[in-house]
Design a protein around this ligand. Structure first.
Ligand code: ADP
Ligand code: MG
Length: 326
């Protein structure tokens, strides 16, 4: 390697002084970072790894990889209603490719500066390409959104639209008849997902349960149902679809795209009926807003009802690593 581990860090991962955060007592450069957690706040911590060939193809642009490695972690903070503040980055690289590093770090810091996230440490090693980001955030004590609070009668909502990233992945895998405009939209959604951080924070005190849709609506809503000991009914005709996914579903009849495909990073959440007007107020300033798609029921299981009233059971849901049918 022409570049040493330390020159990589200094050149590509040191943030400008303007980004320094007074709650970072000690950042990059020592054996550990030191953070000040303000009185009355809880520290929310999550981590997500992207592995080449599993989470992104070898053709993915390094800027998109850097962006998405942080975006998927910000999405976990959004799902908890936490404000993301700090990140660590463990980077395993096959070689120190300067143009790859420059693009990767530009993608990472484009999103980091949008949310004022400070990079406080990490690790840099040689090996097959893999990126692990750990995100740390703050939430007022006792207000974090969990998966376990849904009750029968609560209404189910999702932010944004569903199935776009899945359709983007399909476009990469096989030729599809898609307009250039729709193809560009779904590729943007796959490569540069917008974490719903503002929406997650606005849902504190309103949502009874929340999760981010990383593995597909069926699977992720399933996690809420399991944690809450409840079931649900959703109406397929109310699922929010982009024009690209709506066209695709109309032509193919494949409801699995919005129901089972992952990587959208929208929020799925439940709201008690008496808080629905508070929800409308809270979502007023959200550019994507949210859509009511169903209701929590006492009977376990997920029931999907088609426009004609038929009960549809989507293919057992979501992408699972280490599942026996891989
Ligand atoms: P140690 O050997 O004590 O673990 P390292 O030599 O791995 O320390 O790292 C030196 C400093 O650089 C540490 O503060 C570490 O957090 C930081 N660091 C290492 N890799 C990265 C990276 N990819 N991005 C940001 N900071 C990093
Ligand atoms: Mg180290």
């Amino acid at each position: 390697m022409a570049l040493t581990e330390f020159s990589i860090i200094e050149r590509y991962f040191a943030q400008p002084a303007a980004m320094r955060d007074p709650d970072v007592v000690l950042g990059i450069g020592d054996d550990a970072a030191l953070l000040h957690v303000p009185e009355g706040m809880e520290l929310a911590v999550a981590t997500d790894t992207l592995v080449e060939g599993v989470h992104f193809s070898p053709h993915t642009k390094p800027g998109d990889i850097g962006y998405k490695a942080l975006a998927v972690n910000l999405s976990d903070m959004a799902a908890m209603g936490a404000e993301p503040r700090w990140a660590t980055l463990a980077l395993t690289l096959p070689q120190a490719d300067e143009s790859w590093l420059a693009d990767f770090s530009a993608g990472f810091f484009a999103l980091a500066s949008e949310y004022r996230i400070q990079l406080i440490g990490g690790d840099t090693t040689r090996g097959p390409l893999s990126i692990t980001v750990q995100i740390l955030g703050l939430v007022p004590a006792g207000t974090a959104l969990r998966r376990s609070g849904a009750h029968a009668g609560d209404l189910i909502y999702v932010t944004g639209t569903l199935g776009d990233a899945g359709l983007g992945l399909r476009v990469l895998q096989q030729p599809l008849e898609l307009s250039a405009q729709h193809a560009a939209h779904v590729m943007q959604r796959l490569n540069r997902p917008q974490p719903r951080v503002t929406e997650g924070i606005a849902l504190r005190g309103i949502a009874s349960a929340a999760i981010d849709v990383s593995d597909g609506l069926g699977a992720d809503l399933g996690h809420i149902l399991q944690a809450s000991g409840a079931g649900a009914r959703i109406n397929l005709s109310t699922l929010p679809l982009s024009a690209a996914v709506a066209d695709y579903v109309n032509h193919s009849g494949d409801w699995c795209m919005p129901l089972c495909a992952g990587d959208d990073y929208e929020l799925c959440f439940t709201v008690p009926a008496q808080k629905c007007s508070a929800l409308l107020d809270a979502m007023k300033s959200s550019p994507t807003g949210c859509t009511h798609i169903g209701v929590i029921e006492a009977a376990p299981g997920l029931r999907c009802i088609s426009a004609s009233g038929e009960l549809i059971t989507p293919r057992a849901g979501g992408y699972q690593h280490f599942s026996s049918d891989e």
